[in-house]
Design a protein around this ligand. Structure first.
Ligand SMILES: [Zn+2]
Length: 233
């Protein structure tokens, strides 16, 4: 089940349940209106129905969690199968903080992807990567071709910076270190911060390099598309 934002609901039945919902259709890959059939109760906490795409008639399931009066609870509308399209990456707000125009390029790339505009999306991603490199590299490196810019990035960026200060936090007199003497005094907030710190470290040191290696091997083994007119039957 995939949660749908309440803002996707465009009209409702008299009982308040969703009637038409705008989603990216998992079958026709277009932003489309889905029309729901009348809802039915299932137990006291759930109502459910089916819906279909008004463009291609693809069918989907809708489930709504309700309160004791039978009213839909906020943010509790679910669908199956998941809508098509990609959602924004987690942490996109940091890209926005780095540069508004870059964040908008990323959003347009997502929008183009979600409209199956592959070529235009690829050009937008190239533009995004060029913009990102230009934003992060010193002025004299910004004129280099994209591949050279990307090559220069690890030499020009202080990649160790996110890892600095962590050792101080863990030292005996650091924000975390001083708690370890008396573990019964560690509260929920400290525990949360510590776990979050560990997760960010793992993300940076283990997950990101691992996922990049996976992606590179998927790119290397992807079938090469045949070019039109290449003479291959
Ligand atoms: Zn459809």
């Amino acid at each position: 089940m995939h949660q749908i934002p309440d803002s996707s609901v465009q009209s409702r039945f008299a009982n308040g349940y969703a009637r038409s919902i705008e989603l990216i259709c998992p079958r026709c890959h277009e932003k489309a209106m889905f029309e729901a059939r009348p809802w039915q109760e299932h137990g006291r906490q759930v109502v459910a129905t089916e819906m279909s795409c008004t463009r291609c008639e693809a069918e989907g399931l809708l489930v709504q969690i309700v309160d004791e009066f039978g009213n839909g609870k906020p943010s509790s509308l679910f669908t199956w199968p998941a809508p098509g399209g990609r959602e924004s990456m987690t942490g996109a707000q940091h890209l926005h903080a780095l540069s508004g125009p870059l964040a908008r390029s990323y959003e347009s790339a997502l929008k183009l992807y979600n409209h199956a505009e592959w070529g235009a999306m690829a050009l937008t991603v190239r533009h995004l990567l060029e913009g990102l490199a230009a934003r992060l590299l010193p002025a004299e490196k910004r004129e280099l071709p994209l591949a050279r810019q990307l090559e220069a990035l690890p030499r020009e960026l202080d990649l160790a910076r996110p890892l600095q200060d962590i050792s101080q936090l863990m030292a005996p007199d650091g924000a975390f270190g001083r708690h370890f003497d008396d573990e019964s005094a560690i509260d929920k907030v400290t525990a949360e911060h510590l776990l979050e710190l560990a997760e960010q470290l793992i993300q940076y040191l283990v997950v990101t390099p691992g996922e990049m290696a996976d992606l590179k091997s998927r790119i290397a083994t992807a079938p090469v598309p045949l070019r039109r007119g290449s003479g291959v039957a």
